[in-house]
Design a protein around this ligand. Structure first.
Ligand code: BTN
Length: 324
């Protein structure tokens, strides 16, 4: 563990009380100037630390900063997960791809407070501003057949909705296939990427990337997102993002370890906000309007087109927009 992380651990276990630089230096057996450097670096990461010449340093408990220790404090399934926490990355999915190619283990989770090149489906970007959201990717190496991989996306949507409901008493819904909506606006997106071996179509790895807008971005949303994107909370809650992440990983493990496809498709359908709605089907250069009749046991969308033709849609290259 770096000196910075050790200093953070000490401050965090004494949060809202002062501890002198001298005492921290003694505990860690390093110089006071090394402590000072670590404090400055933590402040640059966004932690609010009060410094007093006589009393030392105090980490404010009103912080809602992501940290490995902070998440592990709430996490039950520590044996399955290996957490890597960064303050900023390009894209957690992109970095995880490198880890996967180099043989990274199932259960590796890459978490960041900020992404400079966050990605969504169809090559779109995913706005990932600093310190107000949660952005993370989970590496999986499942033994099931490739055909079942699509259930991982549906399962992840259920996990996000359940965790937000359990912690914040809100009832988000899933807009097929993987957008999480609250009051008709998107608060979260999920990007599942997989690699298969060509010979037998075994799953080599799956990366589940999840982004959630918890608080209002410091600079607001870009203008073109104002009508479609939203966030969950106005005011910061201490340690909320650490708790949500831990609870989400535990909830994910619960569904992944049983991988009960009937349960997943039933719950996915119950959380859907598209059934009975008029939609636009956006497919490559085509836009078709349709009415959503149902979601089937494979989490596919059953629709009736304007022509009266009934169609079953799999996620693949299609996205939908609710119009009524
Ligand atoms: C979408 O809305 O189309 C999916 C958005 C997925 C965003 C998450 S944030 C963590 C992970 N890293 C990325 O670059 N994307 C996913």
């Amino acid at each position: 563990m770096s000196i910075k992380n050790k200093v953070f651990t000490i401050l965090n276990s004494n949060s809202d009380t002062f501890i002198s630089g001298n005492d921290i230096a003694k505990i860690l057996n390093v110089t006071r100037s090394a402590i000072w450097k670590a404090i400055k670096s933590l402040e640059l990461d966004g932690y609010e630390i009060i410094s007093s010449t006589n009393k030392g340093y105090m980490l404010l408990n009103s912080n809602d900063m992501l940290s490995k220790d902070g998440i592990e404090k709430f996490l039950d399934n520590k044996n399955f997960y290996n957490l890597i926490v960064h303050s900023t990355v390009t894209s957690t999915n992109d970095l995880m791809k490198d880890i996967a190619i180099k043989g990274g283990n199932e259960g590796t989770v890459l978490i960041s407070s900020n992404q400079t090149k966050g990605r969504g489906r169809f090559g779109r970007s995913f706005y990932s501003p600093k310190d107000t959201g949660i952005y993370f990717s989970i590496l999986l190496r499942p033994s099931f057949e490739a055909i079942n991989s699509t259930f991982i996306t549906s399962m992840s949507g259920i996990v996000v909705c359940n965790t937000l409901k359990n912690n914040l008493n809100i009832e988000p819904k899933i807009k097929w296939v993987n957008d999480i909506f609250l009051a008709s606006k998107k608060i979260s997106g999920i990007l599942t990427e997989a690699s298969f071996t060509i010979e037998n179509f075994d799953v080599d790895y799956i990366i589940v990337g999840i982004g959630i807008n918890i608080y209002k971005p410091n600079e607001g949303f870009p203008l073109d997102m104002n009508d479609t994107a939203s966030y969950i909370l106005e005011n910061k809650i201490p340690d909320l993002r650490n708790r949500l992440l831990a609870n989400m990983l535990d909830e994910f493990y619960k569904y992944y370890s049983s991988f009960d496809l009937t349960k997943i498709s039933t719950e996915y359908k119950n959380l859907s906000c598209v059934i009975g709605k008029k939609i636009l089907i956006l497919e490559k250069n085509m836009t078709i309007s349709a009415l959503v009749n149902d979601i089937d046991e494979q989490c596919r969308l059953i629709v009736t087109l304007e022509s009266g033709e009934r169609k079953i849609l799999s996620s693949g290259e299609i996205s939908v927009k609710i119009i009524d």
